[in-house]
Design a protein around this ligand. Sequence first.
Ligand code: GLU
Length: 545
Amino acid sequence: MNYRALAERLLPGNYPSLSTYEELYPPRSLAKGAEVTRLAPSPTGFIHLGNLFAAIANERIAHRSGGILYLRIEDTDLKRKVEGAVEAVIKALDYFDIRFDEGAEIGGDETYGPWYQRQRAEIYRAFVKHLIEEGRAYPCFCTAEQLDAMREEQTARKEVPGYYGKYARCRNLTEEEIYANLDAGKPYVIRLRSMGDPEVKHKFHDEIKGDITVPENDQDIVILKSDGIPTYHFAHAIDDHFMRTTLVIRGEEWLSSLPIHIELFETLGFERPRYGHNCSLMKQEGETRRKLSKRKDPELSLEYYRKEGYFPRAVKVYMLTLLNSNFEEWYLKNPEAPLDDFKFTAAKMSKSGTLFDLDKLNDISKNELAKLSVADMVAFLKAWADEFGTPEQLKYFEDEQKLSRALALCMGIGGKKRRKDLTTASQAMNFIKFFFEQPTAFEEFRVSAADRGCIMADFLGSYCYEDDAQTWFSKLKEIASRNGFAAEMKDYKADPGAYKGSVADVAEILRIATTGKANTPDLWTIMQILGEEEVRARISALLNV
Ligand code: GLU
């Protein structure tokens, strides 16, 4: 067969010689040991925890080694493309401090761009043409119906699905048959002529999983689709080579494609990057563990963390805890250190499924938020509210002094120990809501309406904003005594039958009346922050119902 003529017929015209591309995209001049890593998402608009997991690993490995992290957009499949997806990826990762050195919408060293695969069609075609010339790729005219029938047959026979061996019908078409098909205008794709035998297995060193066994590939995969755009497999091999990638950390769902990728790199004559396949994130459900699912688990999407207002460092701390087995111990010793000081390594990454536990993340979040200063907390909440807050919530920031006092109280600043009530920005904004909005819902009062009324009226009669905490509390005790409640807890405990309740119940009535909640930080301070008028207004409002 005259492969040269066939290549010219299939991809006519002059393509630059392959060595031109080697010159265009020369090896990077980086220090020895510097790793070039990448994130290569499809622009589907959905970016998830698994992506963040891989992104943190790639980012750490690149930057710790003085290398490069770049963003490549694998947009060969137009059907999956969503407007604004690239910006969404960048924004989602930026939240967690993942910064790219170059890539789509990032810029950087233009030498290795463009970073959208659709803009690189010529390079791919040049290499496809070369493979056809070498007899390592061929046109396939199989129709969708034929391929469906093939798959059905393979399923029925319990055979490996795909285009290989006797199923690779177009692999051995004669020259006449090929030209007849082309002359008849039949649509075609270009397939790789695989040389592998899956019975033959090779040892492969995975940077995370260690030594594994990988069979050879025998699938004649499509490398160029009928629209002249390559498939992901083919494009990624070309790109990882010419973008001079040295290490790929990606999800283990790509492990099954590894034989294909190995063969592609060999066929193209490229040195391949090292690979590390990180384990999937699992969720405990009763007795069983399952992969986090897009449909069932909103926490899989990175958008969830921004919307809820998770503190980025907390998420990163948790991710690092899951990613590197020695991180937790390091963090205990270095709780204040920049996370980038941790010596991250691929070798310490978990080899099998990792359990993702939202409760654990929430605990870490509480701890991390409890470390913030009030000013940092205000800044964090403001950034969240600017994007996700309600108009009412945005008003909280108009009186920064009040907001700071409210937050200081809720964070336990100035108290004996910091409180850990706040988990996320949205939860914190809800937590402080009663300072800024009159409560409309009230937790249940334990005392009868009649006694409540008496106590509230009594309180309003003796309330003086200038009273210090002690005086204020003495007055509460007097109110207790006057209304048949024990002023001292110990008296109540000694003889509960003798009282309607204790001073604690009196405080609770006032607490629920002013905040809506039975559990809050110190009530005297809350009243100080609310101001006399507001306290009176809130309690009076309940008196009149
Ligand atoms: N485009 C693939 C994805 O969507 C990238 C796989 C790889 O990292 O090689 O995840």
